[in-house]
Design a protein around this ligand. Sequence first.
Ligand SMILES: Nc1ncnc2c1ncn2[C@@H]1O[C@H](COP(=O)(O)OP(=O)(O)OP(=O)(O)O)[C@@H](O)[C@H]1O
Ligand SMILES: O=P(O)(O)OC[C@H]1O[C@H](OP(=O)(O)OP(=O)(O)O)[C@H](O)[C@@H]1O
Ligand SMILES: [Mg+2]
Length: 295
Amino acid sequence: MPSETLRLRIAVQKSGRLADRSLELISGAGLRVMKGANELLYRIENQPIDLLRVRDDDIPTFVADGVAELGIVGYNVLAEHFPEDDLEERIVMRLGFGKCTLKIAVPDSVSYEGPLSLEGKRIATSYPNILGKWLKDRGVSATIVEMRGAVEVAPRMKIAHAICDLVSTGATLEANGMKAVDLVLASEAVLIKAPHAPPADLAHVYDMLLRRFDGVTASNGAKYVMLNAPREHLNEIIELIPGADAPTIMPLAGREDTVAVHAVCQENVFWDTLDKLKAAGASAILVLPIEKMMK
Ligand SMILES: Nc1ncnc2c1ncn2[C@@H]1O[C@H](COP(=O)(O)OP(=O)(O)OP(=O)(O)O)[C@@H](O)[C@H]1O
Ligand SMILES: O=P(O)(O)OC[C@H]1O[C@H](OP(=O)(O)OP(=O)(O)O)[C@H](O)[C@@H]1O
Ligand SMILES: [Mg+2]
């Protein structure tokens, strides 16, 4: 095959909760997506890369089989496909979006004293492998009722006593008269890789892509903080800046007692932090978003 026809493939969710954020990550890495007539495959205009747009359930297998070199999928979906594997071998990086938890939930009126309360019960879920392993590890024997969706209605329909489903805000559980009682798995979107190295001709594109994804992900939520600080409270003020690593301290023209402080914060900066900085004597505080970061 001539090398100019070789293209890397990234499997992404076609539509759903991860679709937009996956495309944002891809464009954040400088890839220009061409939305053509082919709904299954989007071309990247400025790199030899294609996006394979599929149901999220197909992504772990496509990547494991080498149909795509990389994929963006929920950790929960990956764990359900490969419940016995060391998932770290498949994961390139955690992406910081699509955060949710897989939880055991029961009707509000039901008491729960730990996993043993599930003994002999029926539990509805779309994640039979993860739940099966979780129950086995805790020595609980229960019947797993597999459902593709609308798991939250199972107790009301008398199909199951409990459910094991994804939760983020808890609104779905609340609307269905249920409460979360145990954590099974914490999840977020992850970048996964095929077991074999990419074609040699595309190794540089692959490496560049991982570097850029890392840069976009690392800057997620990170902020650039600039402020003026009285010298006598400098240490206290630096301590207050969240996740600040080696801030830059600069003199201010004509102001002996005050310095300018610039710092990259690895975490979000909330209003209460600004209030504390102000109370400690900081002034002219600016918090700026960081678009890209390369360490
Ligand atoms: N409420 C939520 N909050 C945050 N993230 C979520 C939530 N629900 C699901 N997710 C994450 O987003 C992923 C995709 O969810 P979505 O509901 O779009 O899946 P789906 O209906 O199975 O989509 P597909 O049509 O691709 O099969 C989930 O596997 C999970 O990782
Ligand atoms: O705690 P919450 O914020 O309410 O989120 C939890 C809900 O989100 C997901 O469903 P989604 O809304 O994606 O619809 P689906 O069930 O059709 O996939 C999940 O299956 C829960 O039902
Ligand atoms: Mg799915």
